[in-house]
Design a protein. Structure first.
Length: 95
């Protein structure tokens, strides 16, 4: 899974997490096109421990992919029913 933590002065951190195979792809469904870009989701392959630490510490998280969503569900950060499917890929925003 890839992760990037965006930090800016005076703002809360925003975290992008996606499954490895999704990076650089575009998910298209109807009028919706979601670009899973390295500029947002980063190029750092993270361990599950790093992902869990980010889920624990950050309050604004954008996630795409079966593995990262499953990890968040297993550890109680999000419910599977609250995830949206976009082109067959689960997506969650945690605020």
């Amino acid at each position: 899974m890839y992760i990037r933590i965006h930090r800016s002065a005076g703002c809360q951190e925003v975290v992008g997490i996606c499954d490895q195979e999704l990076l650089g792809t575009t998910l298209a469904e109807g009028d919706l096109n979601m670009v899973i870009s390295p500029s947002f989701f980063g190029e750092h392959l993270a361990t599950e421990e790093e992902i869990l630490a980010a889920l624990h510490d950050c309050g604004n998280i954008n996630m795409f992919g079966e593995r990262c969503i499953d990890l968040a569900v297993r550890h109680g950060f999000v419910e599977r029913e609250s995830c949206r499917m976009i082109a067959g890929v689960p997506h969650a925003i945690i605020l």
